[in-house]
Design a protein around this ligand. Structure first.
Ligand code: SF4
Length: 177
């Protein structure tokens, strides 16, 4: 193989981690107006390739400008099929990267999102412990690779930052935290 200066490490991120304008209206409340800066900067500072996953909610019927909706509004046949199709594309990309001897060190989600949360989801009756519709389907397709999936919580960004930082130290610098 021809050698060059590339990083062989990858993190898959939700579309809105880089472009918060894709979030539902009223949800961009914190100090970062576009990208979720602390997380993006952590990835850039460690020379990690960033793969932006598709935004299931904005791409469903061209729904970029939309009101926030709970799980019940999204959990239907059409939206689940849309998530399934996009999760298959992302899973294929992950498999392609791994087959090329590169390393996917983490996949990030966004907590509370009906599509992209990892631990807790927004419903019309408060938060519920479960994965989002898209992340759940993606997880089922790549479970065997044991890739850590971290839910980014914008309100408690330091906690999310530390979780990702620990994975970077372990996977890239081989340090046990
Ligand atoms: S569906 Fe996912 S990528 Fe799109 S705005 Fe929601 S959390 Fe972000």
């Amino acid at each position: 193989m021809i050698q060059d200066n590339r990083s062989k490490y990858f993190v898959f991120v939700p579309f809105c981690l880089l472009s918060q304008a894709y979030q539902a209206q009223g949800l961009v409340k914190y100090e970062w107006q576009s990208s979720i800066k602390p997380i993006v900067e952590l990835l850039l500072d460690n020379n990690i390739n960033i793969i932006q996953m598709p935004c299931t909610e904005s791409s469903f019927n061209n729904n970029l400008i939309r009101k926030p909706m709970g799980l019940a509004k999204y959990n239907n046949k059409e939206f689940n099929e849309h998530c399934e199709k996009l999760a298959t594309q992302v899973a294929d990309e992950i498999k392609n990267i791994i087959a090329s001897n590169y390393k996917v060190i983490a996949i990030l989600g966004i907590e509370q999102s009906p599509s992209c949360c990892v631990n807790y989801i927004y419903t019309n009756h408060g938060n519920e412990n479960r994965k989002g519709l898209f992340i759940e389907k993606l997880y089922n397709k790549i479970e065997d690779f044991n890739i850590p999936i971290i839910g980014i919580n914008r309100k408690y960004i330091n906690k999310s930052f530390k979780q990702l930082e620990a994975i970077i130290k372990k996977e890239i610098y081989k340090k046990i935290i």
